[in-house]
Write a protein that binds this ligand. Structure first.
Ligand SMILES: [Mg+2]
Length: 201
């Protein structure tokens, strides 16, 4: 069995680095005249908690402008820069398959916002944990509870606290208040002498 590399860190994009909820509120109003608020989004399946249909959501995601103009969450660039400086390899793993060319747009967005990363991987939800295993990830930073539960079989997961990811967590998933808090936790772990840069998951 391959060793876990504590300096190999997976990081989700939407809801972790990019402010997907703010963009949903904005584009629902612009394209569908549906007036959502952040407080309505209390489930990762937005159509179950807000007055918008699944098909309407899909149409928003199929609009390239949605991802091209996605706002960056405050302090995320600075936090990831700190993680990279501390010697971690950041692998951004995203389940974006909404339109042809989204891979190119995503890379351009990361570069435009100076987000540091070692690799950018497009992976379906069900395969994120295989990506984590392949890259010997010690950690994964996520915002969706369902993804966190799947990833917990492969590595430690830090779940950014959001109104839409509440619930009981297994031992290998830790709720943290923000991306900077997640980075702080990883930095502390890799700098403790007993870990020697590597831990078993
Ligand atoms: Mg996400």
């Amino acid at each position: 069995m391959p060793r876990i590399d504590e300096r190999s860190v997976g990081c989700d994009l939407d809801g972790v680095i990019g402010d997907i909820v703010r963009q949903l509120v904005r584009f629902s109003r612009l394209e569908h005249k549906i007036y959502l608020t952040r407080t309505l989004v209390v489930s990762e399946n937005v159509e179950t908690c807000a007055p918008i249909e699944r098909e309407q959501l899909h149409r928003l995601f199929q609009n390239p402008e949605f991802f091209r103009s996605l706002p960056v969450l405050p302090y995320s660039r600075r936090a990831l820069a700190k993680l990279a400086t501390s010697g971690c390899a950041i692998h951004i793993v995203t389940d974006r398959f909404w339109y042809e060319g989204i891979q190119k747009d995503t890379r351009a967005w990361l570069e435009q916002h100076k987000i540091p990363f070692e690799s950018l991987i497009f992976s379906r939800k069900s395969e994120k944990n295989l990506v984590a295993q392949k890259l010997n990830m010690g950690w994964f930073i996520e915002d969706q509870l369902s993804n966190a539960l799947l990833l917990a079989s492969s590595c430690r997961v830090l779940l950014i606290d959001r109104p839409y990811n509440q619930g009981v967590l297994p031992a290998k998933v830790t709720r943290v208040k923000s991306l900077p808090a997640a980075v702080e936790m990883i930095s502390k772990a890799i700098h403790t002498p007993e870990s020697n840069g590597r831990v078993a998951c």
